[in-house]
Design a protein around this ligand. Structure first.
Ligand SMILES: *Cc1c(COP(=O)(O)O)cnc(C)c1O
Length: 394
């Protein structure tokens, strides 16, 4: 098929056309098991009936209204997010990058309002991923995503992930924010250590800096809790969400406290589409399905089973040296002799009717539906085994 889109994506050789639950069919009628969850987005699988219903209901009521008005779906969603987290106030937007952009702007503004313009430095982690706007690629710790777009916004430094000493050495009274993914998603599904997050919280308190947790990938039930910080007992000042928040419909959110929110006074920041009624209606319904003891328990149970089965497959074939992650955000680290070849295995999986993700070039990443059935999990593993067998002799 002729490709009319800019070449910044390397598209796979198949074209998905329709989907239901954890199954996807392409334009040739071939079927796939989706253990990628889109890209860690379709938390309730594809075309969940409750989400279709919410979308259709809202589609007949109101799609968009000027942002000089608030709407019932937006207020309902923000209320749910604040009632079940540390947060008191929510800024709604359309994506993870926008949520992080808002978080970083708010941190700069809050520091300026309370401590003056000199307090503007941002500390992030090496290999972090925070989105693709110029500010978020600059804060992200992967120069390959930012260097070609220089000049970049200044006053951003990077410390190694999970290195509390490096963070302590880098932070100062000029730091306005420290931003961390509780599990580094894109760069290898690497969970933060408890001690690192605790040290970050402490250092931020000492230096009056805000702690931002980027939970765009880890949030909304993906780890078996509503947000991953709830595993760690370390509470941020700002938290960002997107991906699973709309479970397939674009929406992002930045959560913060009553103490910090006033720095986003009228006119300081904005968005045309953020918090639109369609997105909020879907996110509201997704929240109701995700935030139940049953769903969250299912994520924990299914995550443990899947991790165990993947580890066994890794041992049996010698392909994975480690399987890590929390809940249903799982990284399979390639054995040393296959280092750098995760992309090949992903392509091989697709040929065997299985969608997976990579995280960097050494890790095969899985982020399936939180409602993944026993049958789909088993069939997914069978197809992964077939893909590995076909790939191995080369
Ligand atoms: C995907 C992701 C983003 C960017 O989200 P977009 O919706 O693509 O802008 C930011 N942070 C993390 C941790 C992510 O996984």
């Amino acid at each position: 098929m002729q490709n009319y889109l800019t070449p910044n994506f390397a598209f796979a050789p198949v074209i998905p056309e329709r989907a239901a639950g954890s199954r996807v069919w392409d334009t040739e009628g071939r079927e796939y098991i989706d253990l990628a969850g889109g890209i860690a987005v379709n938390a309730l699988g594809h075309c969940h009936p409750a989400l279709i219903e919410a979308l259709k209901e809202q589609a007949e009521k109101l799609w968009h209204i000027s942002n000089i008005y608030t709407t019932v779906p937006a207020q309902q969603l923000a209320r749910k997010l604040t009632e079940h987290t540390f947060a008191d106030k929510v800024f709604l937007c359309n994506s993870g990058a926008e949520a992080n952009e808002a978080a970083l702007k708010l941190a700069r503004k809050y520091a300026r309002d309370h401590f003056g313009g000199e307090k503007n430095e941002i500390i992030a982690c090496v290999n972090a991923f925070h989105g693709r706007t110029l500010f978020t690629v600059s804060v992200g710790g992967q120069p390959k995503y930012s260097q070609d777009f220089a000049p970049l916004p200044p006053a951003i430094t990077h410390v190694p992930f999970n290195d509390a000493e490096a963070l302590a050495a880098a932070i100062s009274d000029k730091t306005c924010a420290v931003i961390i993914e509780p599990i580094q998603g894109e760069s290898g599904v690497l969970p933060a250590e408890q001690a690192f997050l605790q040290a970050a919280r402490q250092a931020c308190d000492v230096h009056n800096a805000l702690l931002i947790f980027d939970e765009v990938q880890t949030g909304m039930g993906r780890t078996g809790k509503l947000f991953a910080y709830q595993h760690y007992d370390v509470v941020p000042d700002i938290l960002t969400s997107a991906k699973a928040l709309g479970s397939g419909f674009p929406i992002g959110a930045m959560l913060t406290t009553d103490a910090i929110a006033p720095s986003f006074g009228p006119g300081t920041h904005g968005t045309t589409f953020g918090g639109n009624p369609l997105a909020c209606a879907v996110a509201n319904r997704a929240f109701d399905v995700i935030h139940t003891p049953q769903t969250l328990q299912q994520v924990t149970d299914n995550g443990l089973k899947l991790q165990k089965e993947l580890a066994a497959l890794g041992r049996e074939t010698g392909v994975f040296k480690e399987v890590r992650g929390i809940g249903l955000l799982i990284g399979c680290v390639l054995a040393d002799q296959y280092a750098g070849r995760a992309g090949e295995l992903m392509q091989q999986a697709l040929r065997h009717g299985l969608m997976v993700l990579v995280a960097g070039s050494n890790v095969v990443r899985l982020a399936p539906s939180l409602l993944l059935s026993e049958e789909d999990r088993q069939e997914g593993l069978t197809r992964l085994k077939a893909a590995i067998d076909a790939w191995l002799p080369v």
